[in-house]
Design a protein around this ligand. Structure first.
Ligand code: SF4
Length: 211
């Protein structure tokens, strides 16, 4: 199966299953306050180096939240997460999952671009409370981490990436579903096959939640 060739599904929605489906006004207000706080943040040195803090794209009552590592150059320029090549790969996967625009969201563990795209663990620790507050407000059914650093940021005790990928499990009150980073699928045939296999497992997992 190729995610590039697979037919896009009709949107799959699950209003009855989602506890936060109807986003109330207080959640919208809290989300707006949190987003403004992130955009103004200077808690770590990356705040003085960024063009834009990269907060989120997606619905406010998503079934699935994808968590990446850190913004790249295009994200820093636009302020929107996953808009480059790996973002297009992720969007193809989202289409195969049949998720509507409101049913998924994308964010990063680190909100500001590290110089040279070198992940900064110290900044990630400083930034971590924002991720926790975002996930608490979004309250998705499943948190899909993209890549080893995103997985480690949420679960430092997780198995190595290729052992953890494609295996949903409970962690700290959320369901975690690790995937390799979509950029990896662009690097080798072997990793593309692994990416597509694990996206199919996620597809099946979501389908079983609706059954
Ligand atoms: S990376 Fe996070 S903690 Fe650092 S300035 Fe940006 S938003 Fe603030």
């Amino acid at each position: 199966m190729s995610t590039t060739r697979r037919r896009t599904k009709a949107p799959r929605t699950a209003p009855a299953l989602h506890p936060n489906r109807a986003v109330d006004a207080e959640v919208r207000r809290a989300w707006g306050r949190l987003s403004a706080e992130i955009r103004a943040c200077r808690r770590c040195p990356l705040g003085d180096l960024r063009t834009h803090a990269v907060v989120y794209r997606g619905g406010l009552a998503p079934r699935v939240v994808f968590v990446g590592e850190a913004p790249g150059a295009e994200e820093d320029r636009t302020g929107v997460p996953f808009v480059g090549r790996s973002g297009r790969e992720l969007d193809r996967a989202v289409a195969t999952l049949g998720l509507s625009d409101e049913d998924f969201g994308v964010l990063n563990t680190l909100k500001c671009r590290p110089p040279g795209n070198r992940f900064d663990p110290s900044a990630a620790r400083t930034c971590r409370p924002y991720l926790d507050r975002q996930l608490e407000l979004l309250h998705p059914e499943v948190v899909v981490t993209l890549g080893a650093r995103a997985l480690a940021a949420i679960d430092p005790t997780a198995l190595p990436m290729l052992s953890a990928a494609g295996r949903p499990r409970a962690h700290g009150g959320i369901t975690l579903f690790p995937l390799i980073h979509p950029a990896a699928a662009l690097r080798s045939r072997r990793l593309r096959e692994r990416w597509e296999r694990d996206v199919r497992v996620l597809d099946q997992w979501l389908a079983e939640r609706l059954a």
